[in-house]
Design a binder for this molecule. Structure first.
Ligand SMILES: *C/C=C(C)/C=C/C=C(C)/C=C/C1=C(C)CCCC1(C)C
Length: 243
């Protein structure tokens, strides 16, 4: 009876990976609808930021839909779609940092620094997974990716983003602190997935071996894409209340 109920579900009943893609699609869709509808409910100056939050979750929803299908049909990890999604959404997260610190004087050069670092992080991660995923040397690509990642962490916590945020008033400073935690802790979920899913492991030592790379990435995306957007939404709301 229970077994029959499970097999009637629109996902293969033991394919937990595809199931998390399904949940991910729904969560990203719901978040995108929420951000788009709330556009009319925030002050003019925050609209672009909320719009970008909506775009990030919308782009992810479409990719999650495709990734679920790909995973169900092939039984494999949708590495290519995953990285297409990230190459679009991570730079948009960099745009968020730029937009909220712009009034404190953020320059476009800062935006390019963040975007460049994120592209280095993602392109080397892709090479490590798609080309060297079954070879021990995948750790080298993970390391280069990790260096670019720490550069972003540095910019947000101690570099230009942090300096600008502290002169942008308490609401922006608080939001950048929260976003900083997402980058430091939330984004650190991804290397765990990479270490679990590639042969190189952590500097060649295999750890996290039982974990499914895709489930780890899907948890990371849900936390980071939706959470990031909600921090910016909270910023827009708190700033409105004071006006
Ligand atoms: C919405 C998608 C997000 C926020 C994706 C973030 C991805 C990362 C921070 C990935 C980082 C990686 C490393 C730091 C080393 C190993 C390779 C990656 C690409 C998984």
């Amino acid at each position: 009876m229970y077994q029959n109920f499970l097999s009637a579900l629109p996902v293969a009943n033991t394919n937990y990976v595809a199931f998390t893609f399904f949940i991910g699609t729904m969560a990203m869709m719901a978040a995108a609808v929420f951000f788009f509808f709330e556009l009319s409910n925030v002050d003019q100056k925050w609209r672009t930021s909320i719009l970008v939050s909506g775009l990030i979750t919308f782009i992810a929803a479409v990719h999650y839909y495709y990734m679920r299908g790909y995973n169900l049909e092939t039984g494999e990890s949708p590495v290519f779609f995953r990285y297409v999604d990230w190459i679009l959404t991570v730079p948009l997260m960099c745009v968020e940092f730029y937009l909220i610190t712009k009034k404190a004087g953020a320059k476009v050069a800062l935006l390019w620094k963040l975007i460049f670092a994120s592209l280095v992080m993602l392109v080397t991660g892709y090479i490590g997974e798609a080309i060297y995923g079954n070879e021990t040397q995948s750790w080298i690509w993970g390391l280069i990716s990790g260096i670019a990642y720490f550069y972003i962490v540095y910019l947000v916590w101690f570099g230009e983003v942090a300096t600008l945020a502290s002169s942008a008033g308490p609401a922006v400073a608080k939001a950048v602190k929260s976003l900083g935690w997402f980058v430091l802790v939330g984004w650190a979920i991804y290397p765990v997935g990479y270490i679990a899913g590639t042969a190189g492991g952590l500097f060649g030592v295999r750890v996290f071996e039982g974990l499914s790379m895709d489930i780890v990435y899907n948890i990371g995306d849900a936390i980071n894409k939706i959470g990031f957007g909600l921090v910016i939404y909270a910023l827009a709301q708190s700033d409105k209340a004071k006006a």
